[in-house]
Design a protein around this ligand. Structure first.
Ligand SMILES: Cc1cc2nc3c(=O)[nH]c(=O)nc-3n(C[C@H](O)[C@H](O)[C@H](O)COP(=O)(O)O)c2cc1C
Length: 436
C-alpha cells in the first residue's frame, strides 16, 4: 500500500485545496504536515509514501500557464527530494518513492542524490524514473523542442547503464576504516567509471559509500509499448492506472508476457501497483456525500488545463462535447487510456472533452472506491484477485484526512481478511515491498 501525493498545495484531485476538510491546521510546505502524513501511513503499515512530480507549471492550455496557476493545478509544487529526510526522520519503516526526472540532471548527480537519501533513510528510498513529458518542463529548462518519446527512452536506457555502473562501483569490503594504518578505503575495490556514450560521458568514482539498499528500489510508470518494455527491463515495481478490472488484467498479462519472453524475468517478478482513490465512511450515504463534496471542488477550466498538460494537446481548441476517443496524444499515453476506457473496457462508449476533464480531475483517471470499509476492501480484493494487483497507490483527496480515514477504517478490514500485513517484515523498503 502506498499513499500518492505531491510536495504541493494540491496533488491529483483538482481543486481539493478548496475542500473544507483539506489541510486543517497544516501547511503543505511545512515539515509538520509531512511528519504527520508519514506517521499516519506508517500507522497503517503502508510500504511507502510516493511523491509524484513535474518540473514546471503546465502551459499547454491556451498556450499559457495562467489556468494552471489560477486553479492550483498541481501548482505550486515544491522539489520532492527535499522532504524525503523529513518523512523518513519521522518514521522507522515507511519508505518514500521519489519522482526525479532523468532529462535535465546528469546521472552522476542523480546517483549521488539517491545514494545520500538511501543512507539517510536507512534504505527506504525508491526512485520513480521519469523522462519529462510536458513541453513546459522542457521550456523551463531552456529547450525549444522536446526530445520525442522514443529518443527519450533511448536516452534513459543509457542513463540507467551509467547509474548501475556508479552504484555497483564500490565492491564489498572496499571500506577498511583502519585507524591504525590510516587507510579508510581500498582504491583497488572502488572502480573508476569511464563511460563514453552517445548521450552521456562520465569519468569518475561514485562519491557516496555503498548505501543500505545498494541502489534505490527502481520504480517506473511508462505505459506506451516502449514504456512497458523499459519498465519490464528495469523496474522492481510499476505504477499503472486502469479504470477497471478488465484493463488491469490485460495490462498484467501484457507485462508478464514482456517479462518472460523479452527480458527473461519471471512473470510476477515486478510488483504491479495500481492507482485507486478511496472515499470511506461509516455508512454508504455518508461516503457518497463526501464524494459529492470532493467532485464539487473541481473547476472545469482547471480540469481542462490539466488534461492539456498531461496529454500534450490544447483541449481549449476542441468543443466541450467533442469525442476524445480517436485522438493521438503526444503526452502520457497510459494515463490517456484511463479516460478512453473509463466508461467501457473496450472503449466503445464515447467520452467527451468535458467528461474526460472531469473524470481525470477527480484523481488522474483512477477508479474510485466509495463506501464503507467493507465495500472498499471488496473492490480491492477484486482488483487483486482478478486484475493482478500486488498493491495500490492511494491517490490523495483531502489531506491528511483521507489517509487517516483509510488507516482507521479500511486497514483493519484488510488485515482481518489477511490482505494486509500486521507488522513490517523487514527494515528496508525493498524487503518490505517484496514481502508484501
Ligand atoms: C500512473 C503514472 C504516473 C506518472 N507519474 C509521473 C510523475 O509523477 N512525473 C512525471 O514526470 N511523469 C509521470 N508519469 C509519466 C511516465 O513515467 C512516463 O514518463 C510517461 O508516461 C511517458 O511515457 P509513456 O508514454 O511510455 O507512458 C506517470 C505515468 C503514469 C502512467
Amino acid at each position: 500500500m502506498l499513499g500518492f501525493v505531491q510536495h504541493g498545495v494540491n496533488s491529483h484531485a483538482t481543486g481539493m485545496w478548496r475542500n473544507t476538510t483539506d489541510k486543517i491546521g497544516f501547511h503543505f510546505a511545512r515539515p509538520e504536515y509531512w511528519q504527520h502524513m508519514a506517521r499516519t501511513m506508517e500507522r497503517g503499515l503502508f510500504d511507502a509514501m510516493f511523491i509524484a512530480d513535474e518540473l514546471a507549471p503546465y502551459s499547454t492550455f491556451q498556450d499559457s500557464s495562467d489556468a494552471t496557476i489560477k486553479y492550483a493545478v498541481q501548482c505550486p509544487t515544491h522539489e520532492p527530494s527535499t522532504i524525503v529526510p523529513i518523512i523518513t526522520g519521522a518514521t522507522k519503516h515507511l519508505g518514500v518513492g521519489v519522482t526525479l526526472s532523468t532529462m535535465f540532471t546528469h546521472p552522476y548527480a542523480m546517483c549521488r542524490i539517491l545514494s545520500s537519501l538511501d543512507h539517510l533513510s536507512g534504505g527506504r528510498v525508491a526512485w520513480n524514473v521519469v523522462s519529462s513529458y510536458s513541453k513546459s518542463e522542457w521550456e523551463a529548462y531552456g529547450h525549444v523542442e522536446m526530445t520525442p518519446r522514443s529518443e527519450r527512452y533511448e536516452k534513459m536506457e543509457e542513463y540507467m547503464d551509467v547509474c548501475y555502473q556508479l552504484w555497483d562501483s564500490w565492491e564489498p569490503g572496499a571500506i577498511v576504516a583502519d585507524k591504525a594504518s590510516g587507510i579508510y578505503a581500498d582504491p583497488s575495490k572502488v572502480k573508476l567509471v569511464d563511460h563514453d556514450g552517445p548521450y552521456f560521458k562520465c569519468k569518475g568514482r561514485h562519491f557516496c559509500a555503498p548505501s543500505p539498499q545498494g541502489r534505490p528500489v527502481l520504480w517506473q510508470a511508462g505505459s506506451s509499448g516502449r514504456g512497458r518494455d523499459f519498465a519490464a527491463k528495469h523496474a522492481e515495481a510499476i505504477f499503472a492506472v486502469h479504470p477497471g478490472v478488465e484493463r488491469m488484467r490485460l495490462y498484467a498479462d501484457d507485462l508478464n508476457q514482456r517479462l518472460e519472453t523479452t527480458f527473461k524475468r519471471p512473470a510476477g517478478s515486478v510488483k504491479l501497483i495500481y492507482g485507486l482513490q478511496t472515499v470511506v465512511a461509516e455508512t454508504r450515504s455518508e461516503a457518497q456525500e463526501k464524494y459529492e463534496r470532493i467532485k464539487a471542488c473541481i473547476p472545469l477550466e482547471g480540469a481542462i488545463a490539466w488534461i492539456s498538460g498531461h496529454f500534450g494537446l490544447d483541449f481549449s481548441k476542441m468543443d466541450l462535447s467533442e469525442n476524445v476517443q480517436n485522438i493521438e496524444v503526444p503526452g502520457i499515453q497510459g494515463l490517456f487510456e484511463s479516460i478512453i476506457y473509463a466508461k467501457d473496457p473496450l472503449g466503445r462508449v464515447p467520452v467527451t472533452v468535458k467528461e474526460a476533464a472531469l473524470i481525470y480531475a477527480q484523481g488522474m483517471g483512477m477508479p474510485v472506491a466509495v463506501g464503507t470499509a467493507r465495500d472498499i476492501a471488496d473492490q480491492m480484493e477484486t482488483y487483486m484477485d482478478e486484475g493482478g494487483a500486488d498493491g495500490f497507490m492511494l491517490a490523495a483527496t483531502y489531506t491528511p484526512g483521507c489517509f487517516e480515514e483509510f488507516v482507521d477504517l479500511v486497514v483493519p478490514e484488510l488485515q482481518r481478511r489477511g490482505r494486509l500485513r500486521r507488522a513490517y517484515e523487514g527494515t528496508t523498503l525493498r524487503e518490505n515491498l517484496l514481502a508484501s
